[in-house]
Design a protein. Sequence first.
Length: 523
Amino acid sequence: MHRLAIAALLTLASTLSSAQTLRWSSQGDLQTTDPHSQNEVMTNSLNGQVYESLTRRQKDGVVGPALATEWTQVTPLIWRFKLRPNVKFHDGTAFTADDVVFSMQRLRDPNAPQRVYANAVGIPKAIDPLTVIFTLDKPNPIVPEMMTTLFIMSKHWCEQNRVTRPLDFKKQEESYASQNANGTGPFILVSRQPGVKTVYKRNPNWWNKFEGNLQEFVYMPISNDATRTAALISGEIDFVIDPPPRDIARLRTLPQLKVMDGEENRLIYVGMDQTRDKLLYGNVPGDKNPFKDVRVRRALYHAIDIEAIKTKLMSGYSLPTGGLTPSVRGAYNDPKLETRLPFDLAQSRKLLAEAGYADGFEVTMDCPNNRYINDERLCIALASMWAQVKVRVKVNAMPRTLFFPKVEKFDTSLYLAGWGGGTTDAEVMLTPVLRNRGEQGVGVGNYGGSINNEADALAAASTVETDPKKREGLVKAALQSFREQVNLIPLHRQVIPWAMKREVSLPHSPANWASMDWVTISK
């Protein structure tokens, strides 16, 4: 966006400002207001101010009640959820069990990336207006955890506006739900200008108690790092959820601002096409796919100087890891599962030569440029490192609105991605990202189509194992197998600093999710 246009926008937004208005910014916009058509944290976090789920993660990270007041595992395959009475959607219609059943059906649609979780919690049936029974085809020990990711929509509103199915984001489909919203949550969507600003106001009829005093917030994406930082320093915006790492030290010295740090529950990693016999985007001797050879995948891993990335690119705001879960807790804090392959150019060259690529090859790397901290610069740094072993990488950087539909169609040969959220359990990574592509959303985030039958079987068994010790053993064995086959190359977990005016108070979240009902602005 042009600097003058941004200045005009910020001036306009300032007219909305009051003691209880928050002007919030980051590098990218939410992708859609249809809560079932994308599964990406900025999109989810903004939609999560409007829509609610049956359970909610509390400030301490523990799963607590939301639209459900209580739940019981009746049998190993049946869960009963009691719904909260007297809840209204923003259009005034009552929330009932029919909305839960409808939403879970909508979430199982092929267009919904969350279908892997919706399928895992079972088939819902309304017993009465405030009771829903979920019947599973196999045990799932973390049903309440998974419910935190599944937003409830109004059946009546969706039918009225012909949005009973999630829009197909991969095909850039638009629908009424892509610009409008009707939830039960603490804030109401007032207006939406994609790429410019989105305005929300407090829901005066929310069933819950506001812990903060926020009456309104305005979300304005500013893609340029320097412009975003300047707007915060000048007071034109109040809160930045992704200040550039290189600016943090300076921001800490300014009396009008404060910076809150925390590790994000998110793994940044490299994925590779391990399915096709020939790369879609590359120039390889013999027209082969080198990534089908574990020696090549190991070679790329050995060629990454992760400490240089941490110190020179991330300014220390990253935690290098060899782990394959968003949080170390997902791997039961096992240090063996966190150890990286060493930076070793000689070993990298040796492995490439053994695989028949002593002279390297060419490949294009798809990369978002407004999703993760320094994402495009990270891809450029990786390309420079791989060039030392004659793997010539062309970086194809693009906004998240183009990147995710591209990789979700498996239209990629090499890519940078991240995965995480509120849940620290390994299941959040194992089934959607690491497992072989399958039915019901299994492998939905496996954009490289990696196949590891041994690990897949172990992960599948862990998903239904209810004995904690047996499940721990299965999870660790699966993660170790994925590590040995280098089905993904882990890089680091992000350290997320939030920068804001001193008058703004809100709890930091490892999910990188700012809950607006917890925000207080002092006068």
